[in-house]
Design a protein around this ligand. Structure first.
Ligand SMILES: [Fe+2]
Ligand SMILES: [Fe+2]
Length: 316
């Protein structure tokens, strides 16, 4: 009986914290559903950072200059760091990084569908920085105020680097647009391929999104998928104009009344097919991650054995 009352008090205190927009910390009581929802979202986010290294790393050895290579290396390394912050944040909820990695390579947890598309030219490095990191920023800036403390604090550091990623992409595309006709054509072709998948990064439309309502009630999410998608379009159209590229959407037009751009509907059949594993690179991305995990087994074993031996010598 006492236990039931205690549980109710804990829940009330949790609800008060959420209502005051204060942070929930790892030591605080939280409902299981809140914990599981956070594990799902943070893990999916961490996996996206790590899997997202692959399409760009594809071009590191073929960068057109030493400067471009240094920039791309730094960017891909940043993404590894983002993955590590996020796995650490997720571990504060009581799951291990080993377990999360297993869930990824066994296909039990997802990552952003955008990384299941191939990178076919160096212009894709610029387009990914501009559109994919740009969309990530729209998604992630509000997460700096998310209700779970370790997630929000990780996002503050990550967002600073994502801004740099977006700018480096835009700068690369600007340089290519000032180059030859062939370079301009490469940029346009790349933008044509990535525009719609970038819009899909915000997830299904609000009516189709199973998790949005509960996530917003808990203060995990601060805006709906459609709100964020609109914000991204409004931010990106003037940048496309400045760049001199055409966004591949005949329905894209300024709506004076709404003070926002109207735009077409992404191909949701394609979105669900890619989410369910039928994108152009799903199998390749997961196989690569699995191989890296298997090949790193001896490092993890050695590190664990070394840590244990250090502990034993300290005890002595
Ligand atoms: Fe990132
Ligand atoms: Fe990034």
């Amino acid at each position: 009986m006492t236990q039931v009352v205690d549980e109710r008090e804990l829940e009330a205190s949790f609800e008060r914290t959420i209502a005051h927009n204060d942070r929930i910390e790892p030591r605080d009581w939280m409902p299981d559903a809140y914990r599981n929802s956070l594990i799902r979202q943070i893990a999916q986010h961490a996996h996206s950072e790590i899997i997202g290294m692959q399409p760009e790393a594809n071009w590191i050895t073929r960068a057109p200059s030493l400067r471009r290579k240094a920039i791309l290396l730094a960017k891909v390394q940043d993404e590894a760091g983002h993955g590590l912050y996020l796995y650490s944040a997720c571990e504060t909820l009581g799951v291990s990084r080993d377990d999360l990695t297993r869930r990824l390579i066994e296909g039990r947890q997802k990552y952003s569908s955008i990384f299941n598309y191939p990178t076919l030219s160096y212009a894709d490095v610029g387009t990914i920085g501009w559109l994919v990191d740009g969309a990530a920023i729209c998604n992630q800036v509000p997460l700096c105020r998310t209700s779970y403390g370790p997630y929000g604090r990780a996002m503050i550091r990550i967002c600073k680097e994502e801004s740099f990623h977006q700018r480096q992409g835009y700068e690369l595309l600007t340089t290519m647009m000032r180059g030859t006709d062939e370079q301009r054509a490469l940029v346009q072709e790349s933008v044509d391929r990535f525009w719609w998948p970038a819009l899909m990064m915000f997830g299904p439309s609000d009516e189709q999104s199973a998790n949005t309502e509960q996530s917003m009630a808990w203060g995990i999410k601060r805006h709906t998928n459609d709100e964020l998608r609109q914000r991204f379009v409004d931010m990106t159209v003037p940048q496309a104009q400045a760049l001199g590229v055409t966004l591949p959407d005949p329905d894209l037009v300024w709506n004076e009344e709404r003070g926002a751009y109207d735009f077409g509907t992404p191909d949701w059949d394609e979105f669900w097919a890619v989410v369910k594993g039928d994108g152009p690179c799903n199998a390749q991305r997961v196989a690569h991650r699995r191989r890296a995990w298997d090949e790193g087994a001896w490092v993890r074993e050695a590190a664990t054995a070394f840590a244990a031996s250090q502990q034993t010598s300290e005890v002595r």
